[in-house]
Design a protein around this ligand. Structure first.
Ligand code: TRP
Ligand code: SF4
Length: 405
């Protein structure tokens, strides 16, 4: 992968505001974000323009409600605006500008090949998705990512092809616009600054990569370049790109960081998902949560209290994996198999743990719900930071494309 010199370890991810978040989001995506915010420079945003690509007809009003509710869900779950930059896509117009410029260089055939294009059209067949915006969705996503020069993009499996496409667009962009006149001479001059040994190694690695496709040659060249004090940022960017035969790195190629699919079972025992209507919302009514958990299906072999069961055939057991400690789980395993405990007993520690988790989340959410200006200020602040970072990239992009007159 090509790296842009001098970039911090930046992470970008977005979420479409299409409804209330549930425990599946919490144990899948959000906990992951919360961990990453300690390690990386994170940019998390509400992908409201992305939501419009499928919800452009009558649902646009609900998007605006969902924007604020979703931000409150993030904050209540523990996403920290002191660590991560939280913003709303449509308030950073650079996303639209970069989307437009990237759309100039992205072949339509690349977009038609993205699996989600046909999959979603088939799945949402009641909607007319034969629009320019829907086809161009992955270009907008590429702009979201590259505007911040992200190195890592935490996404679910379905989104990996979008990150792959982003890399292809980055390569094409750098190839087209990173090779200004005199590019090769400049690269040769920069190689000269690596010292005799360094220059020799760089050339050997370049040959290893371009002639024999040796992937680790790229990594070794990165180590060589990042340890060198004599190069300016511009020169190392040039050499990062030159080794692959491409141009200067203007847009960083990101890597997908696969978020493990959440294992939270839904209330009917199937995977928790909005489309199955089996969710527990992050902020849900405790009485409903308790009632629904009591009614949740268990191992079908346990018809009567005295029938022994098998936890591995029971969705409630999946919840124990998430919510209870080793001792409780031992108690369940023995009790279930010997009919020593009933399913009602088995569910009680879960109900307690989930209600406790929800109570803490609800309390934090209340603080934000009761003070809408607080949330708006957090977002205003994040949007401002995002615009500043985005504008740095746009300056380079406009310059590279010679539209900075
Ligand atoms: N397409 C993503 C989804 O539906 C949301 C998204 C938009 C995104 N832009 C992004 C995710 C940039 C990661 C990075 O889930
Ligand atoms: Fe499932 Fe627990 Fe009942 Fe066993 S005792 S079937 S694990 S709910």
């Amino acid at each position: 992968m090509i790296s842009k010199a001098g970039q911090p370890n930046r992470v970008v991810s977005g979420m479409r505001p299409t409804g209330r978040l549930h425990l599946g989001h919490y144990h899948g995506v959000l906990k992951n974000w919360i961990e990453m915010q300690h390690e990386y420079d994170c940019y998390f945003f509400v992908a409201d323009w992305h939501a419009l690509t499928t919800h452009y007809e009558s649902e646009t009003v609900s998007i605006s409600d969902n924007v604020w509710e979703m931000v409150i869900d993030w904050l209540a779950a523990g996403v920290d605006p002191g660590r991560a930059t939280l913003f709303v896509q449509s308030r950073v117009p650079q996303h639209a500008e970069l989307n437009l410029l990237l759309s100039m260089i992205t072949p339509v055939s690349w977009l038609e090949r993205v699996p989600s294009y046909k999959d979603q059209q088939a799945k949402l067949h009641e909607k007319d998705l034969s629009t320019h915006g829907f086809l161009g969705y992955p270009v907008l996503q590429a702009a979201d990512i590259m505007l911040y020069q992200a190195v890592k993009v935490p996404v679910g499996e379905d989104q990996v092809p979008h990150v792959e496409l982003t890399r292809e667009i980055a390569r094409r962009f750098n190839f087209l616009y990173g090779r200004e006149p005199g590019f090769e001479e400049k690269a040769e001059q920069a190689i000269g600054k690596l010292g005799k040994k360094g220059a020799k190694l760089y050339r050997a690695l370049k040959t290893a990569y371009t002639e024999r496709g040796e992937q680790d040659a790229i990594e070794r060249s990165h180590a060589l370049l990042s340890n060198n004090q004599n190069l300016t940022n511009a020169e190392s960017e040039l050499l990062y790109g030159y080794i692959e035969g491409g141009g200067r790195v203007i847009l960083q190629e990101p890597e997908a960081l696969l978020t493990e699919a959440s294992k939270v079972p839904g209330l009917d025992g199937h995977k928790m998902s909005k489309s199955y209507g089996n969710t527990i919302a992050l902020r849900d009514d405790p009485a409903r949560v308790e009632r629904e958990l009591r009614a949740m299906p268990t191992d079908p072999a346990r018809i009567r209290r005295n029938d022994p069961g098998d936890p591995s055939l029971c969705p409630v057991w999946d919840l124990h994996h998430i919510y209870t400690d080793r001792n409780t789980k031992d108690w369940v395993e023995v009790g279930c198999r010997t009919a020593g405990i009933g399913c009602v007993d088995c569910k009680q520690p879960l109900i307690d743990a989930i209600l406790k988790e929800q109570k803490e989340i609800a309390q934090r959410a209340d603080e934000y719900s009761q003070d809408p200006t607080l949330v708006k200020n957090i977002i205003a602040d994040g949007c401002e930071r995002a615009r500043d970072t985005a504008e740095e990239t746009m300056d380079e992009v406009r310059h590279a494309m010679s539209i900075d007159y």
